[in-house]
Ligand binder design. Structure first.
Ligand SMILES: NC(=O)c1ccc[n+]([C@@H]2O[C@H](COP(=O)([O-])OP(=O)(O)OC[C@H]3O[C@@H](n4cnc5c(N)ncnc54)[C@H](O)[C@@H]3O)[C@@H](O)[C@H]2O)c1
Ligand SMILES: [Zn+2]
Length: 374
C-alpha cells in the first residue's frame, strides 16, 4: 500500500455535494448518463467540453458549434460549400475503399460495452440481457445507482458485488478488439477511446499508448476519505472475498478508479481529445448507445468532412446538440450506419480490406500483452 496522499495531491473526487469540489470542478468533466440525469441543453453543453477555465470553455464551445454549422450547411474551412463527400458510397464498402486510399492515415475508434458482449460481459441497456434489466438482486433505487457516486458512498456493496462479476481477467477479447489491434499493426490507429472498464483492449495486445480508458480502470484504487492509493491486487483480494475494501489508515472506502456518474474523467481523456480529433481521417464508433456524456459528444469533435462509421446493432447518436450522425437525410455526406454485431462488422470490413486472414490469425494467437497497464 502506498502512503496516504494529502487531499490536494489526490485524484479529485468530483462529488457534486462537496463544496470544494464543486467550486473547482470544471464543467463538463463529470461523467453524466443522459438517461438517469437531467437532460437539459445546458448539461449537454457542459458535457461537450473538457476545458478547465472559462475562456477555454467558451473557445471550445464556439469551436464545436462552428464545426457543427459547417457540417450542417456543408461549408468547408474556407467558407465554400463542400463540393463532394469524401467517400463515394455510403456503405461499409465505401468506408473500406477510403481506408485503402492514401487519404486515410489516422483512424480513431470509439467503443462501448457492445464490443464486449460477445465475450460474455453484459452491456447496460440491451433489453433483456443488459445489466439495467438484471439488477433486481441489488435492490437499487434506479439501475444507474450502481455507478452513482453519491449512492456508492452510502451503500457500496452492490457495486462491489458487480465488480466481482465483471472483474477483468475472466473474459477474453472479441474479434472486434482484435480488429482494432489490426488497425494498430497497420499503423492506422490513432487512438481507441473506450468507455469500457473490462481491460480487453490491452488483453488483445493494444499498446497502452493507443488506448484511452475514458471511464477509468480497475488497475488503481483510492481511499475516498484520505486519498491513499491501493494496488490492484490488494483491492481484488477483498472484492473476491466479498468484502468492501476499507482503508487501513482511516477506514474510508477504497474504490477502484472507475469513473462513476458525478465523477471526473481522467485527465488523459481531455488531453488527448484536444490533440487527436483534429488529426482524425476516419471515426469508427462501435457497440455504444452514445448516451453517456461527455463521451457521446466525441463524435462531433472530428473535422466536419471526416467520415464516420457506426457499427452497432441499432442506430444511435443522431440527436447530438452539435450535429450528431446524419445517416439518412438528403444532406448526408459522410455518415454510415452498418447495423450488425461489432464482430460481424469487423469481419466484413477486414474482408473488404483483404485482411481477413490476418484478423483470424490474430484472434487465434490471442495476442496478449500481459504486462500492459493503462
Ligand atoms: N464491458 C464493459 O466494460 C462494460 C459493461 C457494461 C457497462 N459498461 C459501461 O456502460 C456505459 C455506457 O454505455 P455503452 O454505450 O458503452 O453501453 P450501452 O449498454 O448503453 O449500449 C450498448 C450498445 O451496444 C449495442 N450492442 C450490444 N451488443 C452488441 C454487439 N454484439 N454488437 C453491436 N452492438 C451491440 C446495443 O444495441 C447498444 O446500442 C459505459 O460508461 C461503460 O463504462 C461497460
Ligand atoms: Zn483512507
Amino acid at each position: 500500500m502506498n502512503p496516504p496522499r494529502s487531499v490536494e495531491e489526490e485524484r479529485p473526487l468530483q462529488c457534486e455535494e462537496e463544496p470544494a469540489a464543486s467550486e473547482n470542478q470544471a464543467i463538463g468533466e463529470q461523467r453524466d448518463d443522459k438517461t438517469v440525469k437531467d437532460d437539459a441543453v445546458e448539461n449537454k453543453l457542459e458535457g461537450a467540453t473538457g476545458s478547465t477555465d472559462d475562456s477555454a470553455k467558451t473557445e471550445d464551445l464556439l469551436d464545436i458549434l462552428a464545426r457543427h454549422l459547417k457540417a450542417r450547411f456543408r461549408i468547408n474551412d474556407e467558407g465554400a460549400e463542400i463540393p463532394e463527400p469524401v467517400i463515394d458510397e455510403f456503405s461499409i464498402s465505401g468506408i473500406a475503399k477510403y481506408i485503402k486510399s492514401d487519404k486515410c492515415k489516422n483512424i480513431i475508434v470509439l467503443t462501448g460495452a457492445g464490443v464486449s458482449t460477445s465475450a460474455g460481459i453484459p452491456d447496460f441497456r440491451s433489453p433483456g440481457s443488459g445489466l439495467y434489466d438484471n439488477l433486481s438482486k441489488y435492490d437499487l433505487p434506479t439501475p444507474g445507482s450502481i455507478f452513482d457516486i453519491h449512492y456508492f458512498m452510502e451503500n457500496p456493496k452492490p457495486f462491489f458485488m458487480l465488480a466481482k462479476e465483471l472483474y477483468p481477467g475472466s473474459y477474453q477479447p472479441t474479434p472486434a478488439h482484435y480488429f482494432i489491434k489490426l488497425l494498430e499493426d497497420k499503423g492506422l490507429l490513432l487512438r481507441n477511446f473506450t468507455q469500457n472498464i473490462d481491460g480487453l483492449e490491452l488483453l488483445a495486445g493494444l499498446s497502452p499508448d493507443s488506448v484511452v480508458a475514458a471511464h477509468g480502470t480497475f488497475y488503481t484504487s483510492h481511499c475516498l476519505k484520505c486519498g491513499a492509493e491501493y494496488p490492484e491486487q490488494w483491492v481484488k483480494e477483498r472484492i473476491f472475498k466479498d468484502e468492501v475494501p476499507k482503508c487501513s489508515e482511516c477506514n474510508g472506502i477504497v474504490k477502484p478508479d472507475i469513473v462513476f456518474f458525478g465523477e471526473a474523467l481522467p485527465s488523459r481523456f481531455f488531453q488527448l481529445l484536444q490533440v487527436d480529433f483534429t488529426k482524425c481521417d476516419l471515426l469508427i464508433v462501435m457497440g455504444t448507445s452514445l448516451v453517456v456524456q461527455p463521451f457521446a459528444s466525441l463524435i462531433d469533435r472530428v473535422h466536419s468532412s471526416t467520415p464516420r462509421l457506426l457499427i452497432n446493432k441499432e442506430k444511435c447518436g443522431e440527436d447530438g446538440l452539435f450535429g450528431g450522425f446524419d445517416f439518412s437525410s438528403e444532406r448526408k455526406y459522410r455518415d454510415v450506419a452498418h447495423l450488425t454485431t461489432c464482430d460481424e462488422g469487423c469481419f466484413e470490413l477486414a474482408e473488404l480490406l483483404g485482411w481477413k486472414e490476418e484478423l483470424k490469425k490474430l484472434i487465434e494467437q490471442g495476442a496478449f500483452n500481459e504486462n500492459s497497464k493503462i
